[in-house]
Write a new protein. Structure first.
Length: 396
């Protein structure tokens, strides 16, 4: 059984520059970004008109969702798409002077499980927030189309699956090539030949040959979108909805950088938290020690504790969750950059934690050991580097 297969892919007939827009879960605090996208797109056919940017999510999205579904059907009935049957697309995305290479194709949602401790071939990297799924189900459940911003990671240190396609791309038929709006960089896509599709599939399956753990794909971006697709399939059992269009990338691609996401607590008694954190890990931790830099308005020092998870962020977040249940007055924020943490922790009642980030080769072993990782474990690039919606697929 192949875990990654060709799809019937829909691409716009023209005007890719105004069609492609960034993932809906980006720039959620920057309305000016989305207003500018609306200005650029206008009334032209665009993915913007058939997605719901999360900045516009509200308690009642029914009017927007109805308009989106009507527009999807109008695009299907009109002369907007070309259909490319039984296709995979090799993608090169140039951004920040690097090129991210990937392959767009189809996964079977029956191979995917986002629950902690799952043993499926496709697993979440971070804990899925179940409360985030129902509003997204409302968006997808009646939609005739899906547009993916999901990136699945493979652990391929020998670069056997995707990278060989780069030298062969001139032999493939070009699918698209254009500049992405709003500083998104340049992107090129190529339809893989039948022979290349077969090589990709065989190389993917070889990644888990002889291994006890059959983890093949870890969700790098779009976990809640994929969890939503799974839930919609579970509810409908629609055979088209059993599958999802994704882009597969190699975690060892030079363009992919993992950045740690730090923690800052607010309205907290720092001394009490640190004392109880140390006591908890002394009781429940292993012999492996992990070090944290703790910052308060009065002090800046190191704390060493016994590990309760493979990664420092897992040890810390596990205790934070327990502590916040007992102390509902405590707030938390997830921060990029040491300087931001240091600045925030000048305010009274704050406690910041800095710690070693995760190396690329730690991700798959950590998922195998601990299940899905704590939310906000790592970041994979900045907002403008996220996937843009280009390809589409019928799901009804």
């Amino acid at each position: 059984m192949k875990h990654f297969t060709p799809a019937d892919i829909l691409l716009p007939k023209k005007d890719f520059e105004t069609w492609a827009v960034v993932a809906c879960d980006q720039y959620t605090s920057e309305p000016d970004y989305w207003h500018d996208v609306e200005r650029i797109v206008g009334d032209q056919p665009s993915a913007l008109h058939i997605i719901l940017p999360e900045i516009y999510l509200s308690d009642d999205n029914s009017a927007r969702i109805g308009a989106i579904n009507e527009k999807m059907q109008a695009y299907l009935d009109g002369d907007v798409f070309d259909r490319h049957e039984n296709s995979m697309i090799y993608v090169e995305r140039e951004s920040n002077n690097t090129i991210r290479r990937g392959v767009v194709g189809l996964i079977d949602l029956e191979d995917y499980d986002y629950r902690k401790g799952a043993t499926a071939a496709i697993r979440a990297t971070e804990a899925t927030v179940l409360e985030r799924i129902p509003p997204r189900v409302q968006i997808r459940k009646d939609a005739p189309l899906e547009l993916p911003h999901i990136l699945l990671l493979i652990d391929d240190p020998t670069r056997s699956v995707i990278e060989p396609l780069s030298a062969q791309k001139e032999r493939f038929t070009r699918a698209y090539g254009f500049e992405l709006m709003k500083d998104g960089g340049h992107i090129d896509g190529y339809f893989l030949s039948e022979e290349a599709i077969s090589r990709v599939q065989n190389a993917l399956e070889a990644l888990t040959d002889g291994k006890d753990d059959q983890l093949l794909f870890a969700v790098g971006d779009g976990n809640h979108s994929l969890a939503t697709a799974k839930e919609c399939y579970n509810q409908s059992h629609n055979p088209l909805a059993r599958y999802a269009l994704v882009e597969v990338v190699n975690i060892h691609d030079e363009s992919i950088e993992f950045e740690p996401i730090y923690r800052v607590l607010f309205h907290v008694d720092a001394e009490d938290f640190i004392e109880k954190f140390s006591s908890y890990t002394d009781t429940h931790g292993s012999g492996i020690r992990q070090t944290f830099r703790c910052i308060t308005p009065e002090a800046d020092g190191e704390l060493e504790v016994k590990s309760t998870a493979k990664l420092p962020v897992g040890t810390l977040q596990g205790f934070i969750d327990l502590y916040m249940k007992e102390h509902p007055e405590v707030g938390i924020d997830y921060i990029h950059g040491e300087e931001v943490v240091e600045s925030l922790c000048k305010e009274q009642g704050t406690l910041g934690f800095l710690f070693d980030g995760m190396e690329k080769d730690e991700l798959f072993p950590a998922i195998a050991a601990d299940g899905s990782l704590p939310r906000k474990t790592f970041s994979m690039g900045h907002a403008k580097d996220k996937r843009y919606y280009i390809e589409a697929r019928k799901i009804k």
